[in-house]
Design a protein around this ligand. Sequence first.
Ligand SMILES: Cc1cc2nc3c(=O)[nH]c(=O)nc-3n(C[C@H](O)[C@H](O)[C@H](O)COP(=O)(O)OP(=O)(O)OC[C@H]3O[C@@H](n4cnc5c(N)ncnc54)[C@H](O)[C@@H]3O)c2cc1C
Length: 387
Amino acid sequence: MDFGLDPDQLAVRDSVRTFARAELAPGYLTRAKSTVFPWDVHRRIADLGVYGLLAGPEHNPLDREDFVAAGLAIEELAYADFNLANVAIPVLLMSSLIRAHGSPRVKDEWLAPLVAGEVYVAFGLTEPETGSDAAAITTTATVDGDSYVLSGEKTSVTMLANAQGMIVAARTVRGGAAVGVSAFLVPLDSPGVDKSDIPDTGWKIMGRGVLHLDGVRVPADALLGPEGSAFGTVLNGFDFTRPLLALTGIGCAQSTLDLTAEYVRNRQAFGSPLSRFEGVSFPLAEHLTTLEAARLLCYSALWKRTAGERHTAEAAMTKWYGPLMASRAVKDCLLLHGNYGYSEEFSLEQRLRDVMAVEIADGTAQIQKIIIARERYGKDFLPYERR
Ligand SMILES: Cc1cc2nc3c(=O)[nH]c(=O)nc-3n(C[C@H](O)[C@H](O)[C@H](O)COP(=O)(O)OP(=O)(O)OC[C@H]3O[C@@H](n4cnc5c(N)ncnc54)[C@H](O)[C@@H]3O)c2cc1C
């Protein structure tokens, strides 16, 4: 068993670390309070090659697809700016979906500008009436000649306000009969598209929004993969986005622990630095340990992904455990800052509000536990009959 990183992985980690700690970390708090998306910063991250890591040989700075390298890049971004790391994950997912399942036209039009940070493609699965139970979506894509006509509503869409395109999951209807859920790349300037914003407690630079689709017509080649295959293609992508999301929490929590260690080293109480009290140092030690465990779970899942091994349960484990441990660590760090931790002048309360998002996005803890039990013990452990 080898836990080492190879030279390519080290190069990705070190180049992102150097850039992110120098260029991104100082601006995190200011950016995090704003709803204006920093396109200039986004393009600089694109210039590092991060967005091309899963986009195929033409765009990948490495000579192979390496999910561990993607994880290292995401963790390093999150150490400096949690939100920017979460901007990057949909780019990795969308580019890998387009590369693997897009038609030649969709690839030509979207892949290069997406990877260059010039456009953004959001992802719409969740609907007002259904999130965890994704198979119950009601948005339809009705076949009409050479086109699909989409109608319905998607909610909780990350980056919707800033996106030019969106991969939409919709129930396909052909000749009056439903033929499964398919994924389509929908340009957001299409007639019949309308958007509105959701005001959020954190995650602000990305924002979330509601997308209304009222008879939106897309050509047949907007379909990604075969008709009815969206759960195969998209949910397969969740198996790597879940460890990546967990790593954003872990990166953010790690940097919060590191800055808290500095704080308690310098803050005095009862004639001594806070760091000398076990009530202060032990929580730090405990969080360092749980974060390391969560981190290893993530890289193990990403290693399996790269190796082509099944890793659905491991991905779900990372997504339950990593965000939970991250939120707990950030909250304890806030408390260890005393009254300063609660102030908007410091980053602690912002970090807590931001990091909690990954306990929900891409599926809650309960849903991950359902997946883990199903993967290990079978369908008798599902809360429903398989549809
Ligand atoms: C910051 C953020 C970003 C997001 N970005 C996107 C995006 O870009 N695109 C997108 O499509 N969606 C996105 N989402 C939506 C996210 O995927 C859903 O919120 C999530 O899957 C939960 O669905 P829901 O909100 O409808 O909650 P529900 O499904 O209504 O669940 C509510 C609660 O009930 C629990 N619950 C539900 N079913 C069960 C069960 N069987 N057993 C036990 N407990 C259960 C859930 O765990 C949860 O705690 C985002 C969400 C957030 C918070």
